[in-house]
Design a protein around this ligand. Structure first.
Ligand SMILES: *Cc1c(COP(=O)(O)O)cnc(C)c1O
Length: 434
């Protein structure tokens, strides 16, 4: 293989070598641009194989609030790796897992009493759905349907995929999925419609649970709705003993300005799903949390009532150590100040941009900023407008992944004011090319 490009021939082109064996997520390899090979990350910055610098303005799919290559988390991981890297969790336990449990009890809603470990957001959701279905099975009650929002995203395994409402993700599998009934999201103006739909769905079906992304639907394009509406929906569920599942995989650990989006609510969910920022973007790990009542429905002399679910890497000690270090960072005054600072910057940018002729809507919650761009035609998820914007951002050294005509920013909390200003400027400039 020959290459005329000196800088890529040095590494024999990582991008080129990638294409030989690797299959990427959410990628149509025939039409997609070649992936960018990243060699290094520090704080909010990434560098590719040609030493081009990028600002990671989406915290690498929302996992990395404390910045890339964080040495505090890395040290904790190294220490754990050289003490006890892993031990099976069936019949064994260890202090890092116990500490994660104790720590989470301090910060989770008080009704959450038990935690179950897995490896990623989809499995955290999968477990919550299985627990909802088996809870009623164990009680001898027939309830098989799950309720979810339109345009929800809960992951890509079968149960999680069934609950996801972004249709092209699930089209090929729709005859093989569990029963999921959708209701509208209670965005401004649709609140009553959403409440009415939930009432009617519960009345006409045997519903086990209602799963939702609390306050912000991430993959849908940071679609936001009010805590009062979610409180109302949870109350409707409680009246009929329908279990509520808050999927905080995206919103958890400070993204909304509070530790959990659920902290904005008066009512509390029966289950919560956590992943993404749990380990600061270092080690894949997830946790599903439960009320005592849920746990008790599986607690029996009959082994068939147990939760027969587990993963080889359940409660991996190294992942637990990463989570503990991450939680310590999150709770530090410095990190809390960073979250407030990013939010303040977002609000100022929102003021500056909201009346722009090309902007139809803006949204801010915590470190999450989103704007909708005016389009003539309906913008599709991975459509041409989206690609044009994405390419423009990459050219200008900013990693942003627009969703249709929605551009959102969800940076690491430690991003500097200067880096954030660059991101805003590039977003503003992008409005001139659409
Ligand atoms: C990302 C995400 C998931 C899926 O998590 P994975 O780790 O990608 O499996 C589930 N729910 C929400 C709300 C998410 O944002």
């Amino acid at each position: 293989m020959t290459s005329t490009n000196i800088s890529t021939s040095v590494t024999r082109g990582l991008t080129e070598r990638d294409q030989q064996n690797l299959w990427h997520p959410y990628t149509q390899h025939k039409t997609a641009a070649l992936p960018i090979a990243i060699k290094k990350g520090k704080g909010a910055l990434l560098w590719d194989e040609n030493n081009k610098e990028y600002i990671d303005a989406i915290a690498s799919w929302w996992v990395n609030p404390y910045g890339h290559s964080n040495t505090f988390i890395a040290d904790a991981i190294y220490k754990q790796l050289t003490t006890l890297e892993h031990v099976l969790f069936g019949g064994f336990t260890h202090e890092p897992a116990i500490l994660v449990g104790e720590k989470l009890m301090e910060i989770l809603p008080k009704n959450q009493q038990k935690i179950f470990f897995s490896d990623n957001g989809s499995t955290a959701v999968e477990i919550a759905i299985k627990v909802a279905l088996q809870y009623f099975f164990n009680k001898g009650e027939k309830r098989t349907a799950i309720i979810a929002f339109e345009n929800a995203f809960h992951g890509d395994t079968f149960g999680a995929m069934a609950a996801s409402g972004i249709s092209f993700f699930v089209e090929a599998f729709k005859d093989s999925l569990i029963e999921v009934i959708r209701i509208p999201v209670p965005v401004k103006g649709l609140e009553q419609e959403s409440y009415d739909a939930l009432q009617s769905v519960i009345k006409n079906n045997n519903c086990a649970g209602f799963i939702f992304e609390p306050l912000v639907q991430g993959a849908a394009g940071m679609v936001m709705y009010e805590p009062e509406s979610l409180d109302k929906l949870i109350r409707i569920c409680q009246q009929s003993n329908v279990l509520t599942i808050a999927d905080e995989v995206m919103t958890g650990f400070g993204k909304t300005g509070k530790t959990f989006a659920t902290d904005y609510l008066i009512e509390k969910p029966d289950m919560m799903c956590l992943s993404k920022a749990l380990t600061g973007g270092t080690i894949p790990m997830a946790i599903t949390t439960f009320t005592q009542d849920l746990f008790d429905a599986f607690y029996d002399d009959d082994i068939n009532k147990a939760l027969f679910h587990g993963h080889t890497f359940t409660a991996n000690p190294t992942g637990c150590a990463a989570a503990l270090a991450s939680l310590e960072l999150l709770q530090s005054d410095e990190m809390q100040a960073n979250i407030a600072r990013v939010n303040q910057n977002h609000l100022e940018f929102q003021e500056r941009i909201k009346n722009h002729a090309k902007v139809t809507a803006t949204r801010v919650l915590g470190v999450i900023f989103a704007l909708e761009i005016k389009t003539e035609s309906a913008a599709t998820y991975y459509g041409s407008l989206r690609n044009k914007l994405y390419d423009f951002f990459i050219e200008n050294g900013v990693v942003l992944r627009p969703v249709g005509n929605i551009v959102y920013i969800l940076p690491p909390y430690i991003i500097t004011d200067e880096q954030l200003d660059t991101v805003y400027q590039v977003v503003e400039n992008a409005l001139e090319i659409v």
